[in-house]
Design a protein around this ligand. Structure first.
Ligand code: MF3
Ligand code: CO
Ligand code: CO
Length: 270
């Protein structure tokens, strides 16, 4: 069998499958809307996890993070990721972790409905947050927005990361390269890898139906991270603040559709 048959270069979905992704994507966004209503000083990340689990199960869905990846010696133990302050990603929710005024917390959810995965995250402000941290969060959202705006048929995967890294550096931040966006559909993490620090014109050419995440992690200091002894929690090496936003998107005939926006929401792409 040719190599390309065993390892397709990208998750490419048919129109009926994109419709399933719209359903789960809208649901994932709605879950984050509910989480937003819970986040305040005094709430634990364990409570956030239970809310995500309950809402997903009530709808007949499955939380992809729980037990991921299958067969691993260290499967992820909770239903979503909660990454606070200097935690870059994959923070593990805990009843012992109480959110306090001034924290920033990324909540990353991935429900599965009817076999399709919707992956999205937002960084929330806990009470009153320092202007510097707020600026990081706003700039990280703008990094994601610019990355998504670079998606269209004929563009290259590298264009996405180029748009992100240029803006992040212009704002004085650094871009995490240890984690990346990924193809998604009936699998959680598929090809292609979407680097958030790419080079224009480099990498796979985008085609309609290609479906993947754009999920830049942006640090106020050093771009490097390390994984804690729990095998999951990624933290900045210098303990500087880190923020992240994530959407699942699909390439259309003439541009991009964001699948995890939620009912009645828009993202200005020009
Ligand atoms: N949702 C994360 C992503 O954006 C992956 C989390 S994997 C987990 O790709 F096991 F930590 F949940
Ligand atoms: Co995610
Ligand atoms: Co993802």
């Amino acid at each position: 069998m040719p190599r390309s048959a065993r390892r397709p270069p990208a998750v490419i979905l048919a129109p009926q499958e994109v419709e399933k992704m719209r359903v789960v994507g809208r649901f994932a966004a709605w879950i984050l809307d509910q989480v937003e209503g819970l986040v305040r000083p005094g709430v634990t990340t364990g409570e956030i996890d239970r809310l995500v689990a309950r809402l997903t199960h009530e709808r007949g869905g499955v939380c992809a993070p729980l037990g991921y990846p299958k067969g691993s010696r260290h499967p992820f133990p909770k239903h979503c990721c909660t990454s606070v302050n200097h935690v870059v990603c994959h923070g593990i929710p805990s009843d012992q972790h109480v959110l306090k005024e001034g924290d920033i917390v990324n909540v990353d959810v991935t429900p599965i409905l009817d076999g399709y995965y919707g992956d999205t995250s937002r960084t929330f402000l806990v009470g009153e947050v320092d202007p510097e941290a707020r600026r990081l969060v706003e700039d990280t959202f703008e990094c994601m927005r610019r990355g998504i705006a670079a998606v269209r048929p004929g563009a290259h995967v590298g264009d996405i990361g180029a748009a992100i890294v240029e803006y992040a550096h212009a704002r004085g931040h650094s871009v995490v390269t240890q984690f990346a966006g990924h193809g998604i559909g009936r699998i959680f993490h598929g090809p292609p890898t979407i680097s958030h620090a790419g080079r224009r014109g480099q990498g796979l050419e985008l085609r309609p139906g290609m479906t993947f995440t754009v999920e830049p992690m942006i640090n106020m200091g050093d771009w490097r991270c390390q994984i804690l002894a729990d095998h999951w929690t990624a933290v900045t090496v210098d303990h500087s603040l880190s923020a992240q936003f994530e959407h699942t998107v699909t390439v259309t005939e003439d541009g991009v559709e964001v699948l995890t926006l939620g009912e009645g929401r828009t993202l200005a792409l020009d």
